[in-house]
Design a protein around this ligand. Structure first.
Ligand code: LLP
Length: 387
């Protein structure tokens, strides 16, 4: 299957103003089909995938995700409102985040989301008070910090005690008895999210083992909850997107299933973001200038770090291809026009010789691309197109 986002001729024929994002409907659909098929192979109908909306909040992308039957994982009131405006059922929304505003909690209560993912005892108490004030009842999960190293970039690792996220399990054991007196909340389960762009599947075996161990300890103490949320984080192939356009959903769900030793009827939730949308998106950009500084060749393109922050923020390497010409390779630093030295997409990249006007594609940009874009230097907000 050849997808449109990898088809040079097609991309050249589009004629959209650059820079811009292009999302491939078919590739998104195939990712969703395979993810849901593998998920249902290992988990029953009570379990669910909540798409992490922060990865890509484009309304057309969300429409496809909704059609595939997924719920959503939101981290702000704005995301909850957007999800509902895009047709998601509030009961399919989980609301995570380490610093929820009172107004966001009230919104969640008013619309009736499935569950609040809580990150501290104080937050649980605030939710209880606000629920009490409006005569509502809130289902909550407690986010555990399991102190597991996700073996990913340090800026996208969330599951160790160095990180601000979650509650250490021992602390959680201490305060769980005090939840009995909070009449407007119901603890339905535990939540985990240890990091993003996780490629080492053994990390997920460990997570499933630790979550099962926690479940059993609480069960022995007489606490029987109904849900476990294992977060997201499954990584994608940034080096060879064309040969691996679909994430490894089969291995991911299978390894978690094999290592979960908990009762069958528990609802297992996942919050996949990147793995569902990263490969379906690319960024198109044009070469503005080529310049040579004492032996270093710079290709200055019309996309900047404000349009795609990942290289500047996480030292991310996205594959870049020359769509216009097929010449002998030359070596360049590919940089943007923003007045910052970190505005670099690639260093010492060997790529078919670039000339002014050539079009380049920056692949695997469908996740954490447009959502992180901004107008720094008063640049225009980058547009998105569905193909
Ligand atoms: N659940 C929670 C609670 C999260 O914080 C995240 C991502 C996810 C699920 C989804 O993770 P995913 O499946 O997409 O890995 N901007 C960074 C990634 C930040 C991830 C933030 N949290 C990047 O571009 O690499």
């Amino acid at each position: 299957m050849s997808y449109k986002v990898f088809d040079k001729e097609f991309l050249n024929s589009l004629g959209y103003q650059t820079p811009c994002y292009i999302y491939d409907t078919e590739l998104l659909r195939d990712n969703l089909d395979i993810a849901t098929k593998e998920f249902h192979h290992y988990f029953d109908i009570h379990s669910s995938i909540h798409y992490a909306l922060k990865a890509n909040d484009n309304a057309q992308v969300l429409a496809q995700i909704k059609q595939a039957g997924l719920g959503v994982d939101c981290v702000s009131g704005g995301e909850i409102e957007h999800a509902i405006a895009c047709g998601f059922n509030p009961n399919d929304i989980v609301f995570a985040g380490v610093g929820k505003l009172d107004s966001e909690i009230i919104l969640g209560l008013d619309v009736g989301i499935y569950a609040f993912i809580c990150e501290s005892l104080q937050e649980v108490m605030v939710i209880n008070d606000l629920a009490c004030g409006s005569n509502k009842h809130a289902k909550i999960m407690l986010r555990v910090n399991p102190d597991i190293d996700a073996k990913t970039h340090k800026h996208i690792s969330t599951g160790t005690y160095d990180n601000k996220f979650g509650i250490a399990f021992d602390d959680l054991l201490d305060f769980i008895p005090s939840l009995d007196s909070l009449n407007n909340i119901e603890l339905i389960g535990l939540h985990y999210h240890i990091g993003s762009q996780v490629m080492d599947m053994s990390v997920y075996a460990k997570l499933a083992n630790v979550a099962s161990f926690h479940y059993q300890i609480l069960y022995k103490q007489g606490l029987k909850f109904s849900d476990i949320d294992l977060g997201g984080g499954l990584g994608v192939d940034y080096e060879s997107p064309m040969t691996k356009p679909i994430a490894n959903f089969g291995d991911y769900f299978s390894i978690i299933k094999q290592n979960l030793t908990i009762p069958y009827q528990l609802k297992i939730h996942f919050e996949l973001g990147r793995s569902l949308v990263a490969q379906c998106g690319i960024m198109l950009s044009k070469v503005l200038y080529i310049k040579n500084t004492v032996g270093t060749k710079f290709a200055i393109i019309d996309a900047g770090m404000n349009d795609l922050m990942r290289p500047a923020l996480y030292e991310a390497k996205h594959l870049i291809i020359n769509l216009s010409t097929q010449n002998i390779n030359e070596t360049y630093h590919i940089v943007g026009p923003v007045c910052e030295s970190t505005d670099i997409f690639a260093k010492n990249l060997s790529i078919s010789e670039l000339r002014r006007g050539d079009m380049v594609a920056i692949l695997t940009s469908g996740a954490y691309g447009r959502v992180l874009a901004n107008q720094y230097n008063r640049r225009a907000m980058i547009k998105e197109y569905m193909v």
